[in-house]
Design a protein around this ligand. Sequence first.
Ligand code: PRE
Length: 290
Amino acid sequence: MASMTHSSLPLVFLCSLFYVIFSSFCYCKSVSSITIDSLRASLENQEDFIVFSLIERARYPYNSFAYDPFFLGNQNCSFVELFVRETEAMEAKFGRYQNPEELPFFPDYTQPQLAPPHKFPNFILPKILHPPAASANVSRRIWDMYFNDLLPLFTKKADDGNYQQTVASDLICLQALSRRIHSGRFVAEIKFRDSPQNYIPAIQAKDSETLMKLLTFTSVEEAVVKRVFKKAEIFGQNVNLGKNNVKEAEDKGIESKYKVEPSVASKLYQEWVIPFTKQVEVDYLLRRLI
Ligand SMILES: O=C(O)C(=O)C[C@]1(C(=O)O)C=C[C@@H](O)C=C1
């Protein structure tokens, strides 16, 4: 192996110095390229997928068998729990949770990564969160809300036996909701970086109420709820091509103009998605100075 000569040492030193300065410059520049507007644009894009996931789930009836508890070995569990646990364990092996936007519902069951580790392409996101605050997590609340409150609002009370397809659609909805709601961590971080002086006194006083007020933008929330209603109206319309098709639709039992009532999509946002996102933001900020 060629040994390094004394004359090449200054060059190596200069190159390393240049690399350190250049990479920190790139990092700072990239972090500063994330703004509250870019994050709001990302939340807006996620709305499309959430609305489409609800439409997909609405293809199947409620299918209560999938949610009834049963005994497996010595534990009480349900078809959907088993499916989500096993799918998350498999997806973890392929690096799903390397992405800080993704959080599992059953972290205790996730498996070590099997696929070769890869450089995460969006290298800013993993670094942007303050580590002790990144653990802000409302997965349990999302799970309970989805099964207890939301699902009965947009599925027919019936059973068609498609249990695997049903719970696979449930998981897609849950993952989309979790990603959107836990984006609150990134939003909170950027709000904090934009004006730490506004947040620090309330964080130090552990004053959740003041933090909630500081991070609330009522006009933004109203626009989100209206937009989601409109998206559900446009994306979920049953399409009829004239009188014959109306008859055909009636024969098939399609009574509604929409696959998912737009009021259900806007209620989802108004009552749960936005309040849960704000709870994540508060929880994150409370840990921001640790
Ligand atoms: O846009 C923001 O500032 C957010 O924090 C996101 C969000 C939302 O969940 O849509 C939550 C709180 C604000 O009041 C407005 C909107």
